[in-house]
Design a protein around this ligand. Structure first.
Ligand code: ADP
Ligand code: MG
Length: 581
């Protein structure tokens, strides 16, 4: 069990490094800047040791040291500048990777389709896209460059120390491994704490969004106080988890500081005893001068610093790994139709054929559809009738390719849906459901989604057809009116007519209509029905409904009963006709 965790952690960090792609050059620049800063540091230590040695012990005047001091200042400036460059290029890499990853995740969600998003909690998904992708920042911007630097800078320092004193090198080499060792020991605990922390955050985000969305309902049933308590409990849980992570992070820094200080103390003791003449080894037979001692003591903390910094950023790595695991899960999510097939549809008006389809949702034992057969001829309008929960929307999701039937086959113009290029199929379909989504932007922006190339005349014609012009013309800004959140400034009937205008504008040969008039008042329903009658003309249409008034649009009625489809007999049709008229 442990082996698999470790193995997958290795895979995850490999995946994280693979994310870099083009941004690798920024990480390299960051590393180069770090190495340059390291060299400046050695120069600075050398100049400082010399300056102190010459003024305090050789009696030199400050004026004689001008050149030295100017160089010291320059070294400081260069070191500062390379520090800035290092941070900047690390950020460049991180911003590039994060925005690419977000785009990839969004594209993935689009590919997986509404059936997947619906099965997930929106709050969790948004936390994944926002906070968890954000959590990769420290790993890319700081940990990755630091990992290289933690290997290189100590070696650079050793290379300068070795010619002066081999005993100091031995002290460095003997104590340095303690730091990564303890870092890893604390780090594995931190990884688990981070994972728990992300789970708590995702849960909190999901719950919070659900509650905010349902606030109206909760108020009506006087339940908001209780929910407040649950959110407070969730937030408290998240606080405790965050504190656990921080505790481990601080513990690891404290441990690293401790070992670095002990190592420096050992070096100081060695140098002190050497000066007292009690120790006489390490300086290649020569004498340890004050300059040497100062140089070594100034460099000693810097030798451990890259390792200690790595320790601090190790926490970012664990955070990134915990986040990456969930991101990878989403990217690996099996989609139906994989990338779709390659086949394109013939030019002729398509027909739809569902043959012996069986389908059940993962957690539900009872199949929703069982040996379901349905055909829609080219240009025909078929109404699929059934009570709420009969499985009508499920049929539509299958037809749109958002879900995959466990048995049976769907063919569009004799081509199996699985072999059809998904983008080609989506171009041929217009979709009107009872829940139309309007996006932030103007009415025009929302309509143009159906056909980005449409001219203003085409938009107006589509609005006329959809009976939307009459209310759009009454708005002060007409088509440029802003749409409030989720279309809050429009009535249900108006939103539905905008949705129809989209369908007119798309002018697709296949129409999938999911209860397009549900939850509309009678007057709006009549307007929408008239527009729908115009829309269905000449298009292959599958209309899902349980409203008798809407059924009159159809050429043929089919009834969905216990997962099977039965052709409505003449008697039922007549009965329905009477109900309508
Ligand atoms: P209709 O559109 O006819 O009202 P649906 O196709 O939406 O019915 O739902 C049919 C059945 O499948 C219902 O019993 C519903 O509870 C179930 N169902 C729908 N969507 C899901 C889902 N994502 N996960 C599990 N069960 C679902
Ligand atoms: Mg439905």
């Amino acid at each position: 069990m442990q082996a698999t965790t470790r193995e997958s952690t290795g895979d995850t960090s490999r995946w994280l490094k693979g994310l870099l792609g083009n941004e690798k050059r920024w990480v390299r620049l960051s590393i180069a800047a770090g190495i340059f800063a390291g060299l400046m540091l050695v120069l600075q230590a050398h100049l400082l040791a010399r300056a102190v040695n010459e003024t305090l012990f050789q009696g030199a005047q400050l004026s004689e040291l001008k050149g030295l001091l100017v160089m010291l200042l320059l070294a400081l400036l260069f070191r500062g500048a390379s520090g800035v460059l290092r941070e900047w290029s690390g950020q460049r890499a991180s911003v590039g990777v994060r925005s690419r990853l977000r785009a990839e995740l969004l594209a993935r969600l689009a590919q997986l389709g509404p059936a997947y998003s619906k099965s997930q909690r929106s709050g969790e998904l948004s936390s994944l896209l926002m906070e968890q992708v954000e959590a990769l920042d420290g790993f890319i911007a700081r940990y990755l460059p630091q990992m290289a630097l933690a290997g290189i800078i100590p070696l650079v320092i050793l290379a300068f120390v070795l010619p002066i004193n081999w005993a100091a090198v031995l002290i460095f080499l003997a104590t340095a491994p303690l730091i990564p060792l303890f870092m890893a020991m604390v780090g594995t605990r931190a990884a688990e704490a981070n994972r728990r922390n992300f789970r708590a955050l995702a849960q909190l985000s999901g719950y919070f969004l659900d509650v905010v969305q349902g606030l109206g309902t909760l108020k009506l049933f006087s339940r908001s106080q209780e929910q407040q308590q649950i959110i407070a409990d969730n937030a408290d849980e998240f606080r405790i988890r965050t504190m656990q992570v921080l505790r481990l992070a601080f513990l690891s820094s404290a441990v690293l500081e401790f070992f670095a200080s002990i190592s420096i103390a050992i070096l100081a003791v060695y140098l002190g005893f050497s000066f007292l003449g009690l120790l006489d080894f390490g300086s290649w037979g020569g004498e340890i001068t004050l300059y040497h001692a100062l140089f070594l003591l100034i460099l000693a903390p810097e030798f451990y610093l890259p390792l200690r910094e790595l320790g601090t950023h190790y926490h970012s790595k664990q955070e990134a790994i915990a986040a990456a695991e969930r991101i990878i899960d989403l990217l690996d999510e099996q989609e139906y139709l994989e990338s779709g097939g390659q086949q394109v549809l013939p030019e002729s008006q398509p027909d739809l054929k569902l043959h012996q389809i069986s389908f059940s949702y993962p957690e539900q034992p009872q199949p929703v559809l069982h040996n379901f057969c349905l055909q829609v001829a080219p240009g025909e309008c078929v109404a699929l009738v059934g009570p709420s929960g009969a499985g009508k929307s499920t049929v539509l999701n299958l037809l749109a390719g958002f879900d995959c039937p466990q048995q049976g086959e769907i063919r569009i113009s004799t081509i199996p849906l699985a072999q059809l290029s998904r983008s080609v199929w989506m171009e041929k379909v217009a979709f009107v459901s009872q829940h139309t989504t309007l996006f932030p932007g103007s009415i025009r922006d929302n309509l143009l989604m159906a056909n980005p190339q449409a001219t203003d005349d085409q938009i107006r014609a589509a609005c006329d057809q959809a009976a939307a012009s009459e209310f759009i013309d009454c708005l002060a800004e007409g088509l440029d009116t802003r749409v409030g959140e989720a279309g809050a400034n429009f009535s249900g009937g108006q939103i539905q007519r905008l949705s129809l205008a989209r369908a007119f504008l798309k002018n697709a040969p296949v129409l999938l209509l999911d209860e397009p008039t549900a939850s509309l008042d009678l007057a709006s329903e009549e307007l929408v029905l008239q527009a729908l009658a115009r829309l269905c003309r000449g298009r292959t249409t599958l209309l899902l409904t349980h409203r008798p008034a809407t059924m009159r649009l159809a050429d043929r009625l089919c009834v969905l009963q216990q997962g099977e489809c039965v052709e409505a007999d003449a008697a039922l049709r007549k009965q329905l006709q009477e109900m309508v008229s």
